[in-house]
Design a protein around this ligand. Sequence first.
Ligand code: NAD
Length: 496
Amino acid sequence: MTTLNHLINGARVDGEGRTQDLYNPSTGEVSGQVSLASQATVESAIEAAHNAFPAWRNTPPAKRARVMFRFKQLLEENAEKIAHLIGQEHGKISHDAAGELQRGIENVEYACGVPELLKGEYSKNTGPGIDSWSEFQPLGVVAGITPFNFPAMVPLWMYPMAIACGNTFVLKPSERDPTSALYIAELALAAGLPPGVLNVVNGDKEAVDTLLNDPRVQAVSFVGSTPIAEYIYSRASANGKRCQALGGAKNHAIVMPDADMDNVVNSLTGAAFGSSGERCMALSVAVAVGDKAADTLIEKMQAQMQSLKVGVFSDAGNDFGPVITKQHQEKVLGYIDSAEQQGATVVVDGRGVSVPGYENGFYVGGTLIDRVTPEMTCYKEEIFGPVLLVVRADSMEQAMQLIDEHEYGNGTCIYTRDGEAARYFSDNIQVGMVGINVPLPVPVSYHSFGGWKRSLFGDLSAYGPDAVRFYTKRKTITQRWPSAGIREGAQFAFPA
Ligand code: NAD
């Protein structure tokens, strides 16, 4: 059995520290170990990034972009292998893993345009003989801390753009499924990144705290659960670092009485149960407006869910795989129990599912729960499993109020044929990413990704144009070349 180590200054190193088991969630078996970096190991990665910064910062953006073009090509050439690495540690079905990688590659494509993105702003004659321009300079060493649920894509939201902008990077992937992130980082080095520009340390809280405390780290990008996001944001900010920390979610879909119900059922099924519901944009709550819409939705969902197939990641015939760990499986099952105890109706029950040949895998079957109300634990908290809740509302206003009052504001969507209702919804709803008849409104790589409320701590969203701003600082230069006559004495007031 192998122990996954770290990638520091261009080489794989063992470092000091503890280890933790890695699992194949489809079988429930231990598949290896991962090193958990000590403070000293993380500091050696920061040191490598710090030393690589001056030369990388001065490498022309077009040359940095060329590395990204080669990186994109290597990712495409190795896509099948990467999808397999994702699947065996995360559990998502291979075609879903391939889709995840494709979304990651799109961020590399965006980073290929960095010479254009860094062009800056210029104004001639801001005063007599005076020119001004703003340029966007890299920050230095940037850290990225990422979650288990998109082990390849979320790191690719961060470092391609950070590095293309001239920063150097230390990535700390999830310790639950780090193999694909490490493999992909090695491809980035093979594409031509000099040693030290991209480093990967595996680890847990000790590694994260070292990144948050070290004064050489200028900025932190985090994606994960809300309690940890809040901790990261406050600690990084208190230490004077720039920080963006994306947190958890509870994404609602409003189902209006005029919606095309077959379309709703098809898209809700994919959006609620795909990747076992372990997506921050998973649609976990359907708010049906009116009992008639709710009854039709339940009836059609129930029929559709008969054919849902949960099973091993490598069988493309399955719709979704296991959840990430045994503990998480128990947590998800606990939410279903609590819903029942608190008075909701479990219409389709995914408890007690067993996959033949994979009896020890961490499976939860697709679950549909009706008559959920806002006080219930299953409604208030993020379940992060293949569980769809149905809440019944009397009006669109009441449905929108539910969404606005929820602590999370990541994604949401409305199903309707009424353009006016859809426009009112997107104008007023207190959520960062909105779909109109689109269940998972994940922005493309040339927009930016970010929720509102307790789904994002910080000002700037992930990837796209916001990433250019996050990974650079503006410097504005005002220039005058003096000619005879302007050196006559000091001026004490702004020129009127
Ligand atoms: P998590 O918060 O448990 O872990 C995320 C990262 O934080 C990991 O690298 C982990 O090692 C580190 N970490 C965990 N506990 C820590 C601690 N006490 N101190 C310092 N670091 C710590 O999240 P997860 O379970 O890996 O991922 C699932 C969560 O991520 C869900 O809540 C999901 O909604 C969220 N998520 C959000 C987005 C988004 O864009 N908003 C995207 C993907 C996932």
